[in-house]
Design a binder for this molecule. Structure first.
Ligand code: ATP
Length: 215
């Protein structure tokens, strides 16, 4: 059984840094699919600028023509904080034996010890860490120890067990962030070539960031 990839985030808005990373991991790890899971109520940061409905619509628009990419809106439908561990538990119940790979950028991996029930994550899924510009893998501390104990370079290990390994993977480095995009859009500048045209069109039509966005 090929693993499914789970790629969570605020996606406020989704951009080519997210999409290219998910696309490269889909192929490099031979995943059955990548589920893109927008957070409804992200617990470790301020409230998103754009509401959940618009963020979901942007994700749907961004991946509409990409086989192997699936939108999973469970964290938006669920009440309460969007804890990843709850999503992984639900997926484990739905597919008890299928490998699950939680896909994270390095910045997100470095924040893992602040997550709700973070030590349960490796019982439920593998963790795949994509290099992101400006961030390095930890050599010491809780995450350094976790990497030493669970790290693997072998993609086969992600297929042979349902959970429990950590795989750090280089991907094409695109220095794009949603924070920078929001600043740019709110300032009335054009986000073209940083995110899909379909997403840019939605931002323009809905004015979900700013009434003057992208004009
Ligand atoms: P923000 O700037 O609002 O924090 P972001 O651009 O980091 O947003 P998120 O929605 O928070 O985007 O990130 C979702 C996931 O995508 C995280 O695991 C994050 O590490 C990863 N990610 C975001 N941008 C990139 C990028 N340019 N390259 C690789 N991974 C990325």
């Amino acid at each position: 059984m090929s693993p499914i990839g789970v790629f969570g985030g605020t996606f406020d808005p989704i951009h080519f840094g997210h999409l290219r990373t998910a696309f490269e991991l889909l192929h490099a790890l031979r995943l059955a699919e990548v589920r893109i899971v927008p957070a409804g109520n992200p617990p470790h940061r301020g409230a998103p600028l754009c509401d959940a409905g618009h963020r979901l619509a942007m994700v749907r628009a961004a991946i509409a023509d990409q086989p192997g990419f699936v939108v999973d809106d469970r964290e938006i439908r669920r009440q309460g904080p969007s804890y990843t561990v709850l999503t992984l538990r639900e997926l484990r119940v739905e597919s008890p034996r299928r490998p699950v790979c939680l896909l994270l950028g390095m910045d997100a991996f470095l924040g893992l010890p602040q997550w709700h029930e973070w030590r349960s994550v490796l019982d439920l899924a593998h963790v795949v860490v994509a290099h992101r510009p400006g961030w390095c893998a930890p050599a010491t501390g809780a995450l350094g120890e976790l990497l030493a104990a669970h790290g693997t370079q072998r993609v086969e290990d992600l297929h042979e067990a349902a959970a429990g390994r950590i795989h750090v993977r280089p991907v094409t480095q695109l220095e794009i962030s949603s924070t920078d995009l929001r600043d740019l859009i709110v300032a009335g500048r054009d986000p073209r070539y940083l995110l899909p045209d379909t997403v840019r069109a939605l931002i323009h039509e809905t004015g979900c960031y700013h009434p003057r966005a992208t004009r």
